[in-house]
Design a protein around this ligand. Structure first.
Ligand code: TEU
Length: 516
């Protein structure tokens, strides 16, 4: 399968489907939903980490890279899953967490034993903190370790120690892990915070260091990894960096997730409603840029770290169906590899917690602790409800029956669940299915050129062209109706039943060979 034909669905293993009723997602659950994924039409799945982990950061703290978390299933069950996905034409991409391991990983357990342990240099130790780098989850990134009286670096939780990529042994270990899974038959990797593996102490930067590209080539530029799909999670990308990561002749990555279009709010938790126009403007900028450079882009509006896109960019109260379907159109009709995050296909919205005890995510809990004396509790809860990562981690509601869940039950379960959506006349899932079918039918979506036609306060129009095909996508992203110039043409898709003179709130219309 060609890269441009891939249509991804991200599964967050702990929250996708619970097959044994213990309150956590598992392989049995995933296997019961293969038909669901096939009906939707996706042909690739990215699994967030499903390896052994104490779950301080939900699997992004890996204790054993070669073992499946027993909560998720056995190794044999995983091999079976892989086989079944492949038989059904679905590629499987795993998460590769290369910047850090859990402090429960045996490498770290040994490293912390003594300064001369052979594993000591697998991690980054200093007598005193050499800088004031902060953990992305709050507080200093340097943690004092009693036993050997030195500090180790942890860019995320205290229990996630950063690996020392300067050490060739670490790079060998990482290659062996990649090869282990490639040998098992997985089709690629999503690489967690990949741009952080090379540090730059001199320039005082915890990432995008001078050896970054060299390291990536060392791992993924080999014959063994020639045919796999790789996507690097790179927060601090610049256009130049993206070119370096993705230019095929450099043999680094297939593509990257860059987050410019999702970094539109001021600050992490006290954000306020973001401006969708700004999001679309940035998305459009990256579309044009990757196209100009001949690189593969990714397109996504959510993942397991982001609030629900409908709540964030759409209107979850009055126009949930319309905004969910139109945002789906933004993901599936642009240029590059689209990624649907679980639950987007039924228009899931943010949760509405009322108490801090209902949140699970370490980033949100640390934010709460750090601000409890400064900001009123209601305000803190409001901020976490709007911006926190638990929103994306609610168990996917398959039907309206309440379930036991590590997250607590989804607050909107009775209004929003798969069964109800599928039975509804206004089914978000059915619209996603149509979007995917459209993407598969017209080569201009997979191979075609992207051209921005118009972007103003609440109206976005772009065109995709390939040989004789020309398709226009019109999106009114405001709550007012807008009046684009009169358009004629064959309507391929419309998230309203009618086409009035004005485009209705969150209306998305796709025209073939439109003319004015
Ligand atoms: O995310 C990297 C990252 O920078 C996020 O933690 C981000 O700061 C936060 O979500 C606010 O938007 C990756 C994973 O996707 C995330 O789940 C992990 O917690 C993190 O790395 C550490 O592995």
């Amino acid at each position: 399968m060609k890269v441009e034909d891939l249509i991804f669905y991200q599964i967050y293993p702990r929250s996708f489907c619970d097959g044994n009723g213990d309150g956590e997602g598992d392989i049995r659950g995933v296997l019961s939903k293969v038909e669901y994924l096939k009906t939707l039409g996706v042909n690739a799945v990215w699994f967030s980490p499903c390896f052994e982990s104490p779950n301080k950061d939900n699997g992004y703290d890996i204790a054993d890279y070669r073992n499946i978390s027993p909560k998720f299933g056995t190794f044999a069950e995983f091999e079976n899953l892989l086989r079944i996905f492949h038989e059904n034409g679905i590629k499987v991409v795993l998460d590769f967490v290369a910047n850090h391991t859990s402090t429960e990983h045996e490498w770290f357990q040994k490293a912390r034993e003594s300064k001369d342990n052979p594993y000591r240099d697998y991690y980054i130790w200093r007598k005193t903190p050499p800088n004031d780098w902060q953990s992305l989850f709050g507080g200093s990134a340097w943690q004092y370790d009693e036993k050997t009286k030195e500090y180790y670096l942890h860019s995320f939780a205290v229990e996630q120690a950063d690996l020392n990529w300067e050490n060739p042994k670490v790079r060998e270990e990482m290659k062996a892990i990649v090869d282990f899974w490639v040998d098992k038959g997985v089709d690629g990797f999503r690489c967690d915070v990949l741009d952080m593996i090379s540090k730059d102490f001199e320039a005082d930067k915890n990432g995008n260091g001078p050896k970054l590209h060299e390291y990536i080539r060392e791992i993924f530029g080999r014959q063994e990894t020639e045919n796999i799909f790789t996507v690097g999670e790179c927060w601090g990308t610049t256009p130049e960096n993206v070119r370096l990561f993705c230019a095929p002749e450099r043999r680094e990555l297939t593509t990257v997730f860059n987050f410019h279009h999702l970094c539109v709010e001021n600050g992490r938790f006290n954000a306020g409603k973001p401006d969708l126009r700004e999001v679309l403007q940035r998305l459009s900028y990256w579309q044009e840029l990757t196209q100009k450079l001949g690189l593969t882009a990714t397109v996504f509006l959510g993942n397991h770290d982001q609030p629900r896109s409908v709540s964030r960019f759409g209107d979850e109260k009055t126009y949930r169906y319309e905004s969910a379907t139109a945002l789906g159109g933004m993901v599936l009709l642009h240029c590059g590899v689209p990624f649907i995050y679980q639950g987007e296909e039924i228009g899931m919205i943010n949760s509405a917690h009322t108490q801090i005890s209902q949140f699970r995510d370490i980033e949100s809990l640390n934010y709460y602790q750090a601000n409890i004396d400064k900001i009123a509790t209601e305000e803190l809860i409001k901020n976490i409800n709007a911006n926190g990562r638990d929103n994306a981690r609610q168990m996917l509601p398959w039907n309206e029956q309440a379930v036991k869940s590590w997250q607590g039950d989804y607050a909107h379960r009775t209004q929003i669940n798969v069964e109800k959506d599928l039975a509804s006349k206004r089914s978000v899932f059915q619209f996603y299915k149509k979007l995917i079918a459209l993407r598969k039918k017209y080569s201009c979506f997979t191979k075609g050129e992207y051209r921005l036609v118009e972007l103003n306060e609440n109206y976005y129009e772009f065109e995709r062209r390939y040989t004789g095909e020309r398709i226009s996508v019109l999106f009114n992203f405001g709550k007012r109706s807008v009046h684009p110039d009169k358009i004629k043409g064959e309507i391929l898709l419309n998230n309203y039943e009618t086409v009035a003179e004005n485009l209705q709130p969150y209306q998305l219309i796709v025209y073939k060979n439109a003319s004015r």
